[in-house]
Design a protein around this ligand. Structure first.
Ligand code: IPE
Ligand code: IPE
Ligand code: MG
Length: 243
């Protein structure tokens, strides 16, 4: 770990890291357990990642917890996942608050149970002045839905005559996304070996660096997070320009 830390350039820390926490089901299946055993282990990796962000001074981290497409999964699996949220969310969010981290959500949270929504609202409010970093939880999140929703909001304002077509520029549109006021994503990490985006932050990651690792999410530790950052720091980010 010491060796890894020495390789980190503290002058080139990403502002916003987003993680596709994939491979929980496969991790459990490899151990001859039911898929939800993997979800139970996922919090250990979340904790490690949050600690890593704190140590490096990364101000924003977004975690893909549940996608808009994940509702397609068998009812039994969804129920297990919702029960897990229901019974552990308060404890986990409390722990995050105790670490002085601000909690936000993106996605259609109204699809979750009343209790889950209440817990989320409680901690969003409670943590709003926390200063050690911001954790954004993507819940029932889909980037296409987010972009459509923003388009509808913008269209409505134009239709009402509040704005004209000429008012629609990048920042105006961005202000209608779930992520308004959040910086663009610098780095997307996806665990489990899959190399795809799965409808995650399509607008916000236009110039993000992508990092894929075969490590399954429940095995992802602080050292794996540091490795991703070291890899990111080797990239030459040109943003279409020449360097
Ligand atoms: C990702 O893990 C977490 C959720 C979608 C809730 P998976 O459940 O997709 O695990 P794998 O990819 O099947 O192993
Ligand atoms: C992406 O993983 C969603 C989350 C990690 C929450 P999936 O397992 O749902 O993605 P696909 O289906 O393999 O693309
Ligand atoms: Mg998966």
């Amino acid at each position: 770990m010491e060796k890894l830390l020495k390789k980190i350039d503290y002058k080139n820390i990403p502002s916003h890291v987003a993680i596709i926490m994939d491979g929980n089901g496969r991790w459990a299946e490899k151990r001859g357990k039911l898929r939800d055993f993997g979800y139970q282990q996922a919090m250990v990796s979340v904790r490690d990642s949050l600690n890593a962000c704190k140590e490096l001074g990364i101000p924003y981290i977004t975690l893909y917890v549940f996608s808009s497409e994940n509702w397609k999964r068998p009812k039994k699996e969804i129920n297990k996942l919702m029960n897990l949220f229901h019974s552990h969310l308060h404890k986990y969010l409390k722990e995050i608050h105790e670490n002085n981290i601000k909690i936000l959500t993106i996605g259609d949270v109204s699809k979750f149970s009343k209790e889950i929504q209440e817990n989320l609202h409680f901690f969003i409010k409670k943590t709003k002045n926390n200063t050690s970093g911001t954790l954004i939880l993507a819940l029932s999140y889909g980037a296409r839905e987010e972009i459509l929703r923003a388009t509808q909001k913008v269209a409505k304002k134009i239709y009402k005559g509040l704005f004209t077509l000429g008012d629609i520029n990048h920042s105006f549109f961005q202000n209608h996304l779930y992520t308004k006021n959040l910086p663009d994503v610098d780095l997307i990490i996806r665990t489990s070996g899959e190399q795809r985006i799965s409808n995650f932050l399509l607008w916000q990651s236009a110039y993000a660096e992508l990092y894929f690792t075969n490590v399954l999410w429940p095995d992802f530790r602080k050292k794996d997070f540091f490795k991703a950052i070291i890899n990111y720091q080797k990239r030459n980010r040109r943003f279409g320009n020449v360097k």
